[in-house]
Ligand binder design. Structure first.
Ligand code: PEP
Length: 257
């Protein structure tokens, strides 16, 4: 059984007061979810306050992005090594908002995976198709392309050691529209099969999360699918009680498999 994982992506939200308050709310409840890993990814500005709020507790610290270069003269950027030094465990790489708005090509995504791996961080590699790509029947081709950018790298086997994949259909992110459990399961199974082409052992051990309008009301159904090992949560991660309810659904998964 793969350990379920639920990660909150707070995106560009929160204040000096609300960020640690939200983190504390999650931390207090997370003790109930033994066997489930949880993490929160605040904006960089609030990382220190959230770090203090979750310190020595069950909630891990994550970030939403890293620089694709080693420390040096890169104004405005934050290096993987700095994050590892700070106690960060997870880094989101290739989120669709970064791919669409900030120039994160497959090549840059691969470079970020390498930087994260070298610093000992766990990469959460986000993949997903747009609505038009799904409507054109190209979902598997798009996902295969995004995954293969990593699998075809000469160092793929070592990069996969410390990696989680998040399947996030772009049409479901922040839209309130969720993939059905069957639609999500089909893509998760496709991803696992693709990984098995390189290593059946890694494919079986890899956690593949679903993201895209997960809420307390639909999490249990999604996490009830055999290849959905938890969630990457956006909007619902901004309310402690909703995020906690979703973690509860991941806990229930432990009992069903
Ligand atoms: C996300 O941004 O990773 C995400 C899944 O957002 P939401 O849950 O709001 O769709």
């Amino acid at each position: 059984m793969r350990t379920p994982l639920v990660i909150g992506n707070w995106k560009m939200n929160g204040t000096l007061a609300s960020a640690p308050a939200l983190a504390s709310g999650v931390r207090v409840a997370a003790a109930q979810f033994a066997g489930v890993e949880t993490a929160v990814c605040p904006p960089f500005l609030h990382l220190a306050a959230v770090h203090a709020a979750v310190a020595d507790g069950p909630v891990a610290l994550g970030v939403q992005n890293i620089c694709d270069f080693a420390p040096g003269a890169y104004t405005g950027e934050i290096a993987a090594e700095m994050l590892a030094d700070f106690g960060v465990r997870f880094v989101l790489v290739g989120h669709s908002e970064r791919r669409a708005l900030f120039g994160d090509t497959d090549a840059r995504v691969l470079a970020k995976c390498r930087r994260a791996h070298a610093a000992g961080l766990t990469t959460v590699l986000c993949v997903g198709e747009t609505l038009s790509e799904r409507q054109e029947g190209r979902t598997e081709t798009v996902i295969a392309g995004q995954i293969d950018a990593l699998l075809e790298a000469s160092d793929a086997l070592s990069l996969l050691e410390n990696l989680v994949i998040a399947y996030e259909p772009v049409w479901a992110i922040g839209t309130g529209e969720t993939a059905t459990p069957e639609q999500a399961q089909a893509v998760h199974h496709f991803i696992r099969t693709r990984l098995a082409g390189l290593s059946p052992v890694i494919a079986n051990a890899m956690r593949v999360l679903y993201g895209g309008s997960v809420k307390p009301g639909n999490a249990a159904e999604l996490f009830g699918m055999p290849d959905i090992d938890g969630g990457l949560i956006g909007g619902a991660a901004l309310k402690a009680e909703d995020f906690i309810a979703i973690c509860g659904a991941a806990r229930a998964r432990l009992a069903s498999f």
